[in-house]
Design a protein around this ligand. Structure first.
Ligand code: NPQ
Ligand code: MG
Length: 375
């Protein structure tokens, strides 16, 4: 496949409500979209970097810069997703920027050949059970209201964001209100240290599915030490950027569950490789979320349909975050989302809405023939 050029489009998506985590509050999603243009059609990739480097070192402006300065110019003449992955490998880091470019090429390639993301990745289900991530609130009554709404909407699993000062009490309150049957887990986004092990062990009383990323991103050894002191399974998110990281974490005993976010690990090929490593070790995985629009969500739902994804993901409905999505909205039915079956992502962005939310567009010509203008 030849690429004519690549469009970098920034959009600003207002969130229905601010989303607070241990690293900050977001009230709008600043998204970088990558559109690959080929003579046979186009493909889309959504970059999951946030405006500021708080979840990880990447941020939207940085991703746009590395794409225009290094990654796009490094693309070979004829590409498919595997060739993109190989061509980008010499550049260190910048997994989210790489993932967006690789995904856009994969989408273009699959749309051209008529295959769906799910079909390409090896999905074995046509719908996936969905969980929801609930932000840190100002009060416990507010949290209980919010969780109650999500339970009523049909979400099959609740994840509470925690941080020091917002942990035991909210978890206890949710467990007491919604009962022992509710699938419940927590995510600390690296807000604790090993000195908090005694406190975190008190969460064992609440029968959580897992505790996600309690310690710092690069603290695999400490996560292993913590895991030995908890009955609650330790799940890693930020720490895992590759299949090698996943293998190391499993070998060390630092994780007994892994959250796979394609953006964080450099794309869907690496995400599938992590899935395969985890399946080989009997380690359950689930698909994380980064407040994706319908474009990123479509691919995540396809990934979540692979056989090793045995826990519900953060693959929530569009309406969890956005009043209007850039694609037709993903809607929950009986706690599940359907895996798109059409070619590529199987969803289309609405061009009119996209223009409404666009804050900047940049065209990067690739082939000399593409230099003349923007198709
Ligand atoms: C996590 N996601 O699992 C993340 C982190 C996260 C769904 O909990 C704007 C954009 C705000 C991306 C807040 C969920 C965000 C964001 C949190 C990602 O750790
Ligand atoms: Mg997380």
């Amino acid at each position: 496949m030849k690429i004519t050029g690549i469009e970098l489009r920034r959009i600003a998506m207002p969130l229905k409500a601010p989303f607070r985590t241990s690293f900050g509050v977001e009230s709008a999603r600043d998204v970088l979209l990558v559109r690959v243009v080929t003579p046979d059609g186009e493909g889309w990739g959504e970059c999951v970097a946030m405006s500021e480097p708080r979840y990880c070192s990447e941020y939207v402006e940085g991703a746009a810069d590395v794409l225009r300065r290094f990654l796009v110019p490094a693309l070979p003449d004829a590409v498919d997703a595997h060739a993109v992955k190989r061509a980008l490998k010499p550049f260190k880091g910048h997994k989210m920027a790489k993932a967006a470019l690789e995904t856009a090429v994969l989408d273009a390639q699959l749309r051209a050949s008529g295959q769906s993301f799910g079909g390409f990745l090896g999905a074995e289900r046509d719908r996936v059970p969905c969980g929801v991530s609930v932000g840190i609130m100002d009060s416990i009554p507010e949290l209980l209201d919010s969780v109650g709404q999500f339970v009523d909407e049909g979400y099959v699993r609740i994840k509470l964001k925690i941080e020091p000062g917002w942990d035991l009490a909210p978890v206890r309150a949710v467990r007491e209100r919604f009962g022992d049957e509710l699938l419940l887990q927590v995510d600390a986004n690296a807000a604790y240290t090993l000195a908090d092990a005694r406190l975190l062990a008190k969460l064992d009383a609440f029968d959580l599915l897992l505790i996600e990323q309690p310690l710092a991103d690069d603290d695999l050894v400490q996560h292993a030490a913590l895991a030995r002191r908890l009955r609650t399974p330790v799940c890693l998110d930020e720490s895992i950027e590759s299949a090698e990281d996943a293998a190391a974490a499993i070998t060390l005993g630092a994780a007994s569950v892994i959250n796979i976010k394609p953006g964080r690990v450099g794309g869907y090929l690496e995400a599938r490789a992590i899935h395969d490593v985890c399946v080989a070790h009997g380690v359950p995985v689930w698909c994380g979320g980064m407040l994706e629009t319908g474009l990123g969500r479509a691919a995540n739902v396809a990934l979540a349909a692979l056989p090793g994804f045995t826990l519900p993901g953060d693959t929530s409905a569009s309406g969890r975050y956005f009043a209007t999505d850039v694609t037709a909205p993903f809607e929950l039915a009986d706690g599940h989302l359907d895996v798109p079956a059409g070619p590529g992502l199987g969803v289309e962005p609405d061009p009119g809405f996209l223009d409404e939310v666009t804050t900047s567009v940049e065209w990067l010509p690739l082939q000399p023939s593409g230099a003349a203008g923007r198709p």
